[in-house]
Design a protein around this ligand. Structure first.
Ligand code: CA
Length: 237
């Protein structure tokens, strides 16, 4: 979608420049800053549709930035994180980031993530009771699930897990987020519960973990719903 505004908060000038050129080439309006505090101020004044946030900033750490922004804003955040720093990535997602891209990243991957997050934000204002993607159909008003037209009977927890995944298609949900929603905050560390539940859900959906059609494992982080690239590209101008 043309002319959506993106705020880039990144202290490395090279990466900022690269992002500005790439984003402007995709018709986004870009604001940028190297400082977290200025980034927070720009969120209020420039009202971006999305924030791209580097986790290692000179003045604020990424998590502080996210927590402070989330006190008053739901603007989607995509985090830029350093490879192999799973803990940092997970903490950022738990603090309220919507997704992440690992440095060094390809611009096509980042653009895909941006489209997914923006598309999700646009749709979340509309009430949708029917989800359909790649043969998976979920009628949220009736709590009915089918795959390729065949009805699937899910337990309450299996359905709850699936509902969470389709609520943010293509975006990663952390173990803690899913556990907190499905089992409650007291069980947020019980990742083995979740592994078992994901196994059951995959089994019922006929999904192959080695070659997933629906549920993708994000190693050490969580899970995301697979979405077809065509869907990814829908919001392209
Ligand atoms: Ca940095």
């Amino acid at each position: 979608m043309a002319n959506e505004t993106i705020l880039v908060v990144e202290d490395e000038a090279q990466i900022r420049k690269f992002l500005r050129i790439s984003l402007e080439a995709h018709h986004y309006t870009v604001h940028e800053t190297r400082l977290g505090a200025e980034g927070l101020a720009l969120c209020a004044t420039a009202q971006p549709h999305l924030v791209i946030l580097d986790l290692g900033l000179p003045d604020l750490d990424g998590q502080q930035f996210i927590s402070r922004l989330r006190e008053w804003s739901n603007v989607p955040i995509i985090v830029l994180s350093v490879r192999a720093d799973e803990t940092q990535k997970v903490a950022a997602l738990d603090a309220g980031a919507n997704d992440y891209v690992t440095k060094p990243f390809g611009i096509s991957e980042l653009m895909a993530r941006i489209r997914v997050v923006l598309r999700d934000t646009r749709q979340s204002t509309a009430t949708q009771s029917l989800f359909e993607s790649q043969g998976l159909q979920v009628d949220l008003s009736q709590r009915k699930v089918s795959v390729d037209g065949n009805p699937i009977h899910l337990t309450k927890k299996e359905y709850e897990l699936l509902r969470l995944l389709i609520a943010q298609p293509g975006q990663v949900l952390t173990h803690r987020q899913i556990l907190g929603e499905v089992w409650g905050p007291a069980q947020q560390e019980e990742t083995h519960y979740l592994r078992v539940l994901v196994g059951q859900l995959r089994n019922k959906l006929g999904d192959d973990p080695a070659n997933p059609r629906f549920v993708i494992t994000v190693q050490g982080v969580g899970y995301r719903l697979a979405i077809p690239l065509a869907l990814n590209d829908q919001s392209q101008p």
